[in-house]
Design a protein around this ligand. Structure first.
Ligand SMILES: *[C@@H]1O[C@H](CO)[C@@H](O)[C@H](O)[C@H]1NC(C)=O
Length: 317
């Protein structure tokens, strides 16, 4: 009798404990792929080390690592986000929601996932050096022997706002010319819509509602970023036509709350952080202390977990 009861208890516990550890989804940046052991692999290992048993998925566009890496330079962001929406919706471990960490442009795409799909729902969204406010310059290639990257930069020279480049080059789709805001609004096929910066009749309130539904949106800027220009784009800051930097709170996006950022901010759910170092140089210490401990490990998040079963187990932990 007693052993049946303890077996039952173990079963209930193990079932709920698995549920309590919110899974994590990663989205890599430009020049990288889903499964590189030095980048997303390292982050995955780090998370698993600190949160035993956690489920981690790394977004892969296409059916190989090579196609995924290629997709970081070429294609249409909207299509890739749709692809990710379908991919994430089919993974049973994610069905009750997940925490999302996006790196560089992958953080921008992860935000697009939240705004446009968010089924399953994202709880905490963390972005590292992501060009939320667009870039005033196409990112340089870290490695000049990276053929795909140099090809990308060559293609952009045809004219960043031409229809051809907009429909073929990823980086062009988050280019925001400081000197020509009208051209950006009219010809950029991605960022103005994602940021609800278009004419009000075309703005989409679902984007705002979905983003506002996050438990937190943590935007991390790299202290010495030379890849994303301006580096403060990681906080939605942007350059105006005089090359002056515009903080988020001075922008219409925030003031008219086109994206729910003001709402998040008022609930202390919007975080502006700075990671020491250059673009994508994230130390294990930083990632563990600023991301894993406070956000990704279930014990760090006790009172925000939904559902009585999960709360019950968290009290045991
Ligand atoms: C707004 O976005 C949602 C989510 O992507 C979409 O289902 C809906 O059709 C969009 N609404 C309009 C008016 O475009």
């Amino acid at each position: 009798m007693y052993s049946w009861l303890s077996l039952l208890t173990i079963l209930i516990y193990s079932h709920v404990i698995v549920k309590a550890q919110t899974p994590v989804v990663l989205w890599h940046g430009m020049g990288d792929d889903c499964c590189n052991p030095d980048s997303m692999g390292r982050i995955t290992d780090l998370i698993k080390q600190h949160v035993p048993g956690i489920f981690v998925h790394s977004v892969k566009i296409g059916d190989s690592e090579n196609s995924d890496r290629n997709a970081g330079f070429f294609g249409v962001i909207d299509n890739q986000v749709d692809y990710a929406c379908e991919q994430l919706a089919t993974i049973p471990e994610l069905a009750n929601g997940f925490n999302a960490v996006g790196f560089s442009q992958g953080g921008l795409f992860m935000r697009a996932y939240v705004e446009r799909c968010n089924q399953p729902q994202v709880r905490h969204l963390v972005t590292f050096g992501s060009p939320h406010g667009g870039v005033s310059d196409i990112p340089n290639c870290e490695n000049i022997h990276d053929f795909k990257c140099t090809l990308m930069r060559t293609m952009v020279k045809r004219g960043v706002y031409t229809d051809y480049v907009q429909h073929h080059v990823i980086q062009a789709q988050y280019f925001k010319s400081p000197s020509d805001y009208e051209a950006y609004l009219e010809h950029n096929i991605f960022l103005p819509r994602l940021n609800n910066q278009i004419e009000s009749k075309y703005q989409n309130t679902t984007y705002r509602d979905n983003l506002a539904s996050l438990e937190s949106f943590v935007m991390i800027k790299f202290a010495d970023d030379t890849m994303i220009k301006p580096p403060e784009s990681a906080w939605f800051w942007t350059l105006d036509q005089d090359n002056e930097i515009w903080p988020l709170k001075d922008q219409v996006i925030y003031q008219d709350d086109l994206l729910g950022l003001q709402l998040l901010d008022h609930d202390a759910k919007l975080k502006f952080m700075t990671c020491p170092g250059s673009h994508m140089q994230i130390s294990d210490d930083y990632f563990v202390n600023q991301v894993i401990q406070p956000l990704l490990s279930s014990t760090g998040d006790q009172n925000k977990v939904n559902g009585p079963g999960i709360r019950f187990v968290n009290q045991q932990a």
